[in-house]
Design a binder for this molecule. Structure first.
Ligand SMILES: Nc1ncnc2c1ncn2[C@@H]1O[C@H](COP(=O)(O)OP(=O)(O)OP(=O)(O)O)[C@@H](O)[C@H]1O
Length: 258
């Protein structure tokens, strides 16, 4: 996936995202990090076509993003936001079924493969045993898993996740990140996720995009990009990096504000 000089403005003044260019490696996990308000979610929304690119363009398999119909785009790419509104009287399964929407023809019926995709998504997210529960009965973290299940039922090769671990306790954060890693390793999915925890980014991603004030200031292999001087420049935080061993990944240790 390639992004060429993409610009976007929320207001008529200066573009907020100004001529952003970069590539996303397919079949890899790319984490987008950066301070609050730096444009991470905006970039996800532009790729999901929830916001419209105003200048420049993005391509997938060398074909321009805009030349895919919205329905075809929804077969390529699913997005899970951090916060979602929903009519609460739905059951988990009935919400996850909406992931099959791009595959339904106007008068089409619900097919065996639709049912199978929903079941698989429920099993993968550990929601199968409670599939008939109402969303009202769920905790914030459980509800977050339902949204992930919905996007998995969509069976797209690309998954965009906006702060997927935010509402989860530490155990469930690692459980979800392990699931994301499995989706990459076993199904070859491309994952693009916004994440605040730099150590989780270090542990789980292949590539890192670093945003600051709407600009992509660094991109590339996560271990090469995430240096102490970058953390100082972008986050205004002092840090040191424990290089780890053959068995362990590096660890970033923040030591205070600059
Ligand atoms: N709908 C909107 N209308 C106007 N401005 C917006 C809108 N959504 C976001 N912004 C502004 O765009 C900027 C970037 O927001 P964005 O949500 O992309 O940042 P972020 O890096 O994801 O932040 P965070 O880490 O706080 O979630 C912010 O200054 C924000 O106030």
């Amino acid at each position: 996936m390639e992004i060429h000089n993409v610009s976007f403005a929320y207001t008529k003044q200066q573009p907020f995202i100004d001529k952003l260019s970069g590539s996303i490696r397919l079949g890899k996990i790319t984490s987008i990090v950066g301070p609050n308000g730096s444009g991470k979610s905006t970039v996800l929304s532009l790729l999901a076509r929830q916001l419209q690119v105003q200048q420049g363009y993005a391509t997938l398999y060398k074909k321009k993003m805009d030349s895919y119909s919205l329905k075809d785009w929804a077969k390529q790419l699913a997005i899970v936001y951090q916060e979602n509104d929903v009519a609460h009287d739905l059951t988990i399964k009935s919400l996850v079924k909406y992931g099959r929407f791009p595959y339904q023809s106007r008068f089409g019926s619900w097919k065996k493969e639709d049912e199978q995709a929903v079941e698989e998504a429920l099993v993968m997210t550990g929601l199968d045993a409670m599939a008939n529960k109402s969303l009202l009965e769920l905790s914030g973290g459980e509800r977050q898993r339902v949204w992930l299940a919905l996007s998995l039922a969509q069976q797209t090769p690309i998954l965009l996740l906006d702060e997927p671990t935010t509402y989860l306790d530490l155990y469930h954060q690692f459980e979800l990140l392990d699931l994301i890693e499995r989706l990459k390793n076993e199904q070859g999915k491309t994952i693009i996720m916004v994440i605040h925890d730099l150590n989780q980014a270090l542990q789980y991603s292949d590539d890192l995009w670093v945003m600051k004030e709407g600009v992509l200031v660094a991109a590339g292999n996560v271990q090469e990009v995430l240096t102490t001087s970058l953390v100082e420049d972008v986050f205004c935080v002092r840090a040191r990096i424990d290089k780890g061993s053959e068995l362990t990944k590096p660890l970033l240790i923040p030591t205070g504000k600059l």
